[in-house]
Design a protein around this ligand. Structure first.
Ligand code: 6PG
Length: 240
């Protein structure tokens, strides 16, 4: 696979490298297009990165940065399992980000298919691009679960074959917690990005990591199917 893979002794070292990568991509984006569009990942691994972004900046002015979410758990924002709820106090509250630059997923909308369509329209409107193809994020951050899932694309789900929709609703996972419904970016949107950056702590994930890095794209390991068509793919792996 044509990915840049870097390994670090622990999460603090991975976080430093991630902050440098975000800043580099953000500077390039603002220089080229005047705006930096980023999709955030849930899970625990990127939390120190979000704190560092709030504390030390992310390479672009916050006023020129537009934040989306690559996936969300369908729970109220105040629920401890909400990705937005976990990230907001760490990154958004301490930073001078115009509120219109933050795009949480609409977890309150029903049916969930409509929530997914609403968010897809929001992505298209903010990013522009061609009407029938997927728009391009400057950067999509991703993690990987011990079952090989990424964003909320779980192993062997039909949504892995999606070719048109950019955001879909997902039934609760059976392989990992929390077992709640999700909204998630699809592969066409992930693979249209200019940069995809995986942040992964290796412990307990050795099998799917090897499959994602060394194997062919495999629906049993959804992270292995993230291969940007015309963008850069980088994996930062913390061994500690
Ligand atoms: C989510 C995620 C998910 C996450 C992985 C890794 O909302 O659950 O976005 O894809 O990135 O499960 O999570 P950890 O960093 O906690 O291992």
């Amino acid at each position: 696979m044509n990915a840049h893979v870097r390994r670090f002794p622990d999460i603090p070292a991975l976080t430093e490298a991630a902050l440098a990568a975000v800043a580099r991509i953000a500077r390039q984006a603002v220089a080229a297009r005047g705006v930096f569009t980023i999709a955030l990942s849930g899970g625990s691994t990127p939390m120190p990165l979000y704190a560092a972004m709030a504390d030390r900046g992310l390479g672009a002015p916050f006023s020129s940065t537009v934040f989306f979410f690559g996936d969300e758990r369908v729970v109220p924002v105040g629920d401890r399992r909400s990705n937005f709820g976990a990230i907001a106090p760490v990154l958004f509250t301490p930073s001078p980000i115009p509120v219109g630059n933050i795009h949480p997923m609409p977890v309150e909308v029903r049916p969930l298919e409509h929530a997914a369509e609403t968010y897809e329209a929001e992505v298209r409107e903010a990013l522009g691009g061609v009407a029938d193809g997927p728009p391009r994020f400057d950067l999509i951050l991703l993690g990987m679960g011990p079952d090989g899932h990424t964003a909320s694309l779980f192993p062997d789900r039909p949504a892995l074959g999606e070719t048109r929709r950019l955001v879909v609703a997902m039934e609760p996972p059976t392989t990992v917690e929390p077992r709640v419904a999700r909204l998630t970016f699809t592969l066409p949107l992930l693979n249209a990005a200019r940069h995809v950056l995986f942040l992964v702590g290796a412990r307990g994930k050795e099998g799917p990591l090897a499959a994602a890095l060394d194997g062919p794209p495999d629906p049993h390991v959804p992270a292995s199917m993230v291969r940007p068509t015309d963008g850069e793919l980088e994996w930062l792996i913390g061994e500690g």
